[in-house]
Ligand binder design. Structure first.
Ligand code: HEC
Length: 155
């Protein structure tokens, strides 16, 4: 009987621990920011890694537009893939806990849109389609920047 009680207490304690982890994973390390956005609290290295990814996204978007205007579809495909899911491997694992679930969804959604641009360029070789798909993908850039910022916290 005593053992039984002990194991029930253990189940309850473990459930609470799991629930707390799940909660942290969903909300991330977030704080309201003075400018009305949500601040994601990151270490210096994490923030630098994300900002580098961001600059890559900007650079690849420019490269896609330039290549589409010259009908250079190989470069469109290469630049779009460099912004796609494959590039996610460069993201530090610690960020998964710190980034809120909605923001992760927006980030992955953006990567998928770039993979879709690469696939579409390979299939149709049509600059207008590429420009139109890139402009839709870039709505994600606008939406995320309007909602979140990255703030460095002491390590
Ligand atoms: C999931 C959210 C999210 C998405 C999607 C996103 N960004 Fe960002 N980006 C951010 C945040 C947050 C910052 C930091 C802004 C701040 O702290 O004020 C940022 C910063 C940047 C910066 C500044 C980099 C630096 O070195 O300071 C650039 C450039 C940028 N983003 C480009 C883009 C482009 C281009 C896209 C779309 C192809 C994009 N971002 C999509 C969240 C996102």
């Amino acid at each position: 009987m005593k053992n039984c009680k002990l194991s029930w207490s253990l189940v309850i304690v473990l459930s609470v621990v799991v629930a707390l982890f799940a909660y942290k994973f969903t909300v991330g390390e977030v704080q309201p920011s003075e400018d009305g956005r949500q601040a994601i609290l990151l270490s210096k290295d994490e923030r630098n890694a994300l900002l580098l990814e961001m600059r890559n996204w900007l650079q690849n978007s420019q490269a896609i537009l330039a290549a589409a205007s010259e009908k250079d579809f190989d470069t469109v495909i290469k630049s779009a893939k460099a912004s796609g899911m494959a590039a996610e491997a460069d993201t530090p694992g610690s960020l998964f806990r710190k980034i809120p679930v909605e923001m992760k969804a927006l980030g992955f959604g953006t990567r998928k849109k770039f993979d879709d641009i690469a696939a579409d360029a390979a299939e149709f070789k049509d600059s207008n389609r590429i420009v139109s798909k890139l402009s839709v993908a870039m709505n994600n850039c606008v939406a995320c920047h309007a909602t979140y910022r990255f703030v460095e916290t002491a390590p």
